[in-house]
Design a protein around this ligand. Structure first.
Ligand SMILES: [Zn+2]
Length: 120
C-alpha cells in the first residue's frame, strides 16, 4: 500500500464563539502502485488538487458554522470540517483520511471508517 497527500491552506471562521484561523486541509489517499503506471492507482493528482481548490474557494473567508450548519453538521469543529471535505471527495478518490490543521499545534483527523458516521 502507498499513499499520497496534498495540503492546501485557507482562512475561515468557525466555532460557536466565532474566531478565524489560517487552516490547512490535508487530504491523504491510498492505493496500490500501478504496475504499468508507477503511480498510486485510482488517483488523478491534478484532479484531486483542482477539486480540493474548488471546495476551498467555496468556503474561504466565510463562516464555517453557517456553511456546515446548512449541510446538517452539528458543529464547525475541526472534526466536522474534516468530514465536510471527506464527504465531497470520498466518492471520487480512495481517501484514507482528512486532517484539518487549525494551527501548527492543533489538528483533527477523520479516517475513512468515520466517513459515514451519522453524527456528521
Ligand atoms: Zn478554532
Amino acid at each position: 500500500m502507498a499513499e499520497i497527500g496534498i495540503v492546501e491552506q485557507f482562512r475561515a471562521t468557525h466555532g460557536s464563539n466565532p474566531h478565524e484561523h489560517d487552516f490547512k486541509a490535508e487530504i491523504v489517499v491510498e492505493g496500490r502502485i500501478g504496475f504499468e503506471s508507477g503511480y498510486v492507482e485510482g488517483v488523478d493528482h491534478k484532479d484531486l488538487i483542482s477539486d480540493l481548490k474548488d471546495i476551498i474557494s467555496d468556503i474561504a473567508d466565510k463562516d464555517l458554522k453557517e456553511i456546515l450548519g446548512k449541510e446538517g453538521y452539528k458543529s464547525s469543529g475541526n472534526e466536522s470540517i474534516a468530514s465536510f471535505f471527506a464527504q465531497k471527495l470520498k466518492n471520487k478518490y480512495p481517501l484514507k483520511f482528512v486532517r484539518i490543521w487549525e494551527t501548527d499545534e492543533r489538528y483533527a483527523t477523520v479516517y475513512k471508517d468515520e466517513f459515514n458516521n451519522p453524527s456528521f
